[in-house]
Design a binder for this molecule. Structure first.
Ligand code: TRP
Length: 449
């Protein structure tokens, strides 16, 4: 049995752990992906389906990662190695770590753009720009050299500054500040946007169930979104679980964390959709929504610099809490595997991410000519990691929990002596059969596109 080292850091409070993990889940994806998918795929009907998939697959997978982390008391490589020693399973941890490494490289660049836009917004530089002007500005910013690189470096330095102080004094403290701030800022925006003429219609349109649009394809899309939104398959939830105390209830915490993520996604969705609906703009997935369409709407309001700044600050916060969790995945690995101190590992990992991020930062500028698989460098890295490596690593994780470490052992970690409850039997069935089948599908669909 793996020995949890007694000097491992631990969360200071249950709330702190929950907010930090919610922080990992709430990211840019909540703002630019979720609202569009909901609007396109059946509104309220899709939300019901999404909630079903959250319960059926999202929560069980989150429980599996938390159990792996807490039982082993290790980061993602050490967890795979110690729960079932021998036989190369630790490579599963390497796959997850590789996914995190590459996701960090471009996620930090986009996060850097949100910082640039926060300063533009606050300085009033976005004022008076219409959609066309904003499009030009966006092309200029992302196609430049100084701004994308400086934004990325600043973002990594700030996030590294948080993780430098460790689990309780860094990650937990900032989760407690940033997550409530995101909710307050979004509520503020929603309060303003709802007064726009036509906004309430937008809300109705967003939530109205259109069962005719539901299909197997939509269900699979929902599954993919649940998987990404909860930051599964990258060892982030696992690593945060490794700082969890024995007394904490894994299943209850998983419910609270996932529901909070869904609630914040719906809140962001209400802001985005009602704002766009008031101006008859079709919501589209992607950067255009965040950096062009929404600032154009906020520009029509009185005090527009304020509203733009509020919006981009909330985005920057959302990106930061996710980035912090990704950095911690790598930090935990280096601290354990090499016995290095946090003070040494954090600057090292930060520097490495800045370096691998440079090609993504310059993907629309100096390196725009470089095309891989029909995509610029940033899109290529994104496609490879989100659609291929991440589902693969998620699949390895469930197979490992269900069959290698063993669903029975995992269930004992989750439920103690209450393993005979119907809830746990259902969980075991999902982890062994349902989740692997779903992930095989997501993986194959990812390779096909
Ligand atoms: N869940 C976060 C988000 O919605 C972060 C995240 C998870 C992510 N998986 C990802 C970001 C894959 C990019 C790619 O943004």
């Amino acid at each position: 049995m793996p020995d949890r080292s007694s000097d491992r850091e631990q969360w200071g409070s249950r709330v702190g752990f929950i907010l930090a993990t919610v922080g990992s889940a709430v990211g840019l994806g909540n703002v630019w992906r979720f609202p569009t998918i909901v609007a396109r795929s059946g509104g309220g009907a899709f939300l019901l389906l999404y909630m079903g998939i959250v319960l059926l697959i999202g929560i069980p997978l989150m429980m599996a990662e938390l159990a792996m982390g807490r039982r082993s008391g290790r980061g993602v490589v050490g967890a795979f190695r110690s729960l079932q020693p021998g036989r190369g399973w630790w490579l599963g941890g390497i796959v997850a770590a590789a996914a995190v490494f590459f996701i960090l490289s471009y996620y930090s660049v986009i996060a850097g753009w949100t910082l640039v836009y926060t300063s533009f917004g606050a300085a009033g530089d976005l004022q008076g720009l219409d959609v066309e002007g904003l499009e030009q500005l966006f092309a200029q910013v992302t196609g430049g050299t100084l701004l994308p690189v400086a934004g990325q470096i600043l973002f990594i330095v700030l996030s590294s500054g948080v993780v430098y102080f460790g689990v309780t004094d860094g990650i937990e403290r900032w989760g407690k500040i940033l997550i409530p701030s995101i909710v307050i800022l979004l509520l503020l925006l929603l309060g303003r946007v709802l007064f726009l003429p036509g906004a309430i219609d937008g809300v109705m349109w967003f939530l109205r169930p259109d069962f005719g649009r539901l299909s197997l394809g939509v269900a699979l899309e929902a599954m993919g979104q649940v998987f990404f939104s909860f930051s599964l398959g990258m060892g982030a939830v696992l690593t945060y679980g490794s700082y969890l105390s024995r007394d904490d209830d894994i299943s209850r915490n998983s419910f609270v964390i996932t529901l909070a993520d869904v609630a914040i996604a719906v809140l962001a969705g209400l802001v985005v959709i009602s704002a766009l609906h008031a101006f008859d703009i079709d919501p589209e997935v992607g950067f255009g929504l965040v950096f062009v369409a929404l600032p154009a709407v906020f520009n029509t309001l009185a005090f527009s610099p304020f509203w733009n700044a509020v919006f981009f600050v909330s985005l920057a916060f959302a990106a930061m809490t996710s980035l912090i969790s990704f950095l911690e995945v790598l930090n935990a690995i280096f601290m354990e595997e090499f016995g290095w101190s946090r003070r040494r590992v954090v600057p090292m990992v930060g520097t490495a991410i800045i370096l691998v991020g440079l090609p993504s930062a310059l993907a629309q500028g100096a390196l725009a000519q470089v095309i891989l698989f029909d995509r610029d460098i940033m899109d290529a890295v994104d496609a490879l990691t989100s659609s291929v490596i991440l589902p693969l690593s998620g699949l390895i994780t469930v197979l490992y929990v269900g069959w290698v470490w063993g669903a029975g052992a995992a269930a004992r970690e989750i439920a103690g002596d209450r393993v005979d409850s119907p809830f746990i039997h259902v969980w075991i069935f999902i982890v062994r059969y349902v989740a692997p089948a779903a992930l095989v599908y997501i993986f194959l669909a990812g390779i096909a596109t």
